[in-house]
Unconditional design. Structure first.
Lengths: 109, 166
């Protein structure tokens, strides 16, 4: 309990990921769904950085950098995704006057 | 050298903040409160990164998430809100199923995560930022360049999609 190890970070990450999944599946406003997806991205980043820190160093170098570099790429792609997704939400709002996903069933069946 | 109880103390405080912030994003009835809880969540994540000795990721987290993405989300909230109804962050018709899916996902992940309890030897507490810089422009130069093209494409795409038709 008193020494914080890898599994502490992984379980915390899984809890936040589950909360984000609940939000992404259960909310009605498209902006909130996007916010929940950001929660999931951040949860995964915590897991990736924690695993990178607790890995043994590779033969080539003194530290394992893979986790931190991967987290940086996740942050980059998440930023690009957020910009495009919010632009799409604004475009939908302009044509349909709603961001409620219960009303956006044009492509359903 | 910090006393032995500092790290667990900071970890559990940050974990409480994180879970509180995440639950507030999902559960608060007003969308603007949810968007502001997102800031708390992002800053707490940056704290976890500092605890993991990933100082550069923590700085990037504060700048990109707590700064830029929060502003983006707040703009989206402002531009899509028609009336200030008391319940602007409602659940949809399938949120009971969503609870089960989320709990089942967590339960499925848990055994694998607890199996990592043996591997609790952290890496060295050294300044990794020069090494990250060298690695990004050395071993990972190709993904780095692809990421820059992706950001350019996302920038142009967001402008084209959000532009008013004239």
């Amino acid at each position: 309990m008193l020494t914080i190890g890898l599994s502490h970070y992984l379980v915390l990450s899984a809890i936040v990921f589950a909360i984000g999944l609940y939000g992404a599946l259960g909310k009605r406003n498209a902006v909130v769904i996007l916010m929940s997806i950001e929660l999931m991205f951040n949860a995964v980043n915590v897991a990736v950085v924690a695993v990178g820190r607790y890995q043994p160093a590779p033969p080539g170098g003194p530290f394992n950098l893979g986790g931190q570099v991967f987290a940086l790429f996740v942050i980059t792609v998440a930023a690009a995704e957020a910009a495009v997704a919010l632009a799409i939400i604004l475009a939908i709002y302009r044509t349909r006057k709603t961001v409620s996903i219960d009303d956006l069933n044009l492509m359903k069946w | 050298m910090a006393p032995f109880f500092i790290e667990p103390l900071v970890f559990y405080a940050l974990a409480a903040l994180l879970i509180l912030g995440a639950l507030a994003v999902v559960l608060l009835p007003r969308i603007i409160h949810a968007a502001l809880s997102l800031v708390l969540f992002f800053v707490a994540i940056a704290g976890v990164f500092i605890l993991l000795h990933a100082e550069f990721i923590a700085a990037a987290q504060v700048i990109i998430y707590a700064g830029a993405i929060t502003v983006l989300v707040l703009f989206a909230v402002m531009l899509t809100q028609r009336s200030q109804s008391p319940e602007s962050n409602p659940f949809n018709s399938q949120h009971i199923v969503a609870v089960f899916v989320a709990v089942a996902t967590f339960a499925a992940l848990l055994p694998a995560l607890l199996a990592a309890r043996g591997a609790s030897v952290p890496g060295p507490d050294v300044d990794l930022i020069p090494a990250i810089g060298a690695a990004m422009l050395g071993q990972w130069i190709l993904p780095f360049e692809i990421a820059s093209v992706l950001l350019l494409a996302a920038l142009i795409g967001a402008i084209v999609i959000a532009k008013e038709e004239s």
